[in-house]
Design a protein around this ligand. Structure first.
Ligand SMILES: [Zn+2]
Length: 296
């Protein structure tokens, strides 16, 4: 039997929208998803358990980037429903030490009129605007360029923002979540597009991510969710696993053929897409992707 473990991912489960992320769902809707999936016969288990012993009709939960706005809603739900989500965390952001480039851009989008932002962007990178930035910005300059963009557009600095808003989970919040069943795991140091990194650059990202956990004495699992789900080639993915002794990597292109014990690259499904997320993510998308891009 194909165990076909489903791994769901979220960013924001909160009533208040995050300044750092444009989507997300309310705790009420999240709980409805959980209850509905339990009624359909699914069991919720920790990601590490699903990887070592995949069972049919099993679901793992995960949350990316480590946003603090989840803390108030997540902890009671985690205890009430005995959930053990994986929290994929960014090395540079743990404990509010820095903003990753994608967060800086989201805050800028929320704070600066679009045409002004495009004018500033165009001055920094010829021909760049908000629509094509992801394609034209180089991964080696993304942090410097978004710092420059921030400095030219914002009236307060990033340190001030981090201290005022505290947008990321603190070390003590992470410890409490881990003590109550959450598994802490890897999401890179600075949230680059890994499909545009060399194996050496990718390895360094993972090493810096692990170093941050070790610096704070936080326990972590050697599981890595690719930022944006943008995976490296199969050869590079295998090289990354070997170089950093990862247990598994995670993309976001789930089809009905995915998530077997024979694979080290697993696929996740986003569940922040609205009231029909269960149907779309559990039936429609996996089937469509299986038909459009069947696995060999
Ligand atoms: Zn992310």
């Amino acid at each position: 039997m194909n165990p076909s473990v489903r791994i769901l991912y979220y960013h924001v489960i909160a009533d208040r929208p995050s300044l750092l992320f444009s989507h997300g769902i309310s705790p009420r809707r999240f709980e409805r998803q959980i209850v509905c999936l339990k009624r359909l016969g699914y069991r919720f288990v920790a990601l590490s358990q699903a990887l070592s012993q995949p069972q049919p009709k099993t679901i793992c939960l995960s949350l990316d980037d480590g946003f603090a706005c989840n803390n108030a809603s997540l902890l009671p739900l985690l205890i009430k429903h005995k959930l053990r989500p994986a929290l994929f965390l960014l090395g540079m952001c743990i404990d509010n030490r820095a903003l990753a480039w994608n967060h800086k851009l989201q805050i800028l989008r929320n704070s600066v009129p679009r045409h002004l932002l495009n004018q500033h962007l165009c001055r920094l990178i010829a021909g760049a605007d908000l629509d094509n930035l992801f394609q034209v910005i180089s991964m080696s300059t993304k942090d410097r360029l978004t710092d420059e963009l921030w400095a030219s557009c914002m009236s307060y600095d990033q340190e001030e923002f981090l201290q005022r808003e505290k947008p990321f989970l603190s070390v003590s919040q992470l410890r409490t979540l881990a003590d109550n069943g959450a598994e802490l795991a890897l999401h890179s140091a600075s949230h680059p597009d890994f499909s545009r990194l060399s194996l050496q650059e990718a390895t360094l990202e993972l090493q810096q991510n692990m170093a941050a956990f070790e610096q704070f004495g936080l326990p972590y699992h050697r599981l890595f969710a690719y930022p944006y789900g943008r995976v490296m080639s199969a050869n590079e993915d295998a090289g990354l696993l070997t170089a950093t002794t990862l247990q598994a990597t995670f993309g976001i292109r789930y089809t009905l053929q995915d998530n077997h014990t024979t694979s080290t690259l697993w696929q996740r499904q986003n569940m922040e897409s609205g009231p029909a997320a269960n149907f779309i993510e559990f039936a429609l998308k996996p089937l469509a992707r299986s038909i459009l891009a069947p696995k060999p």
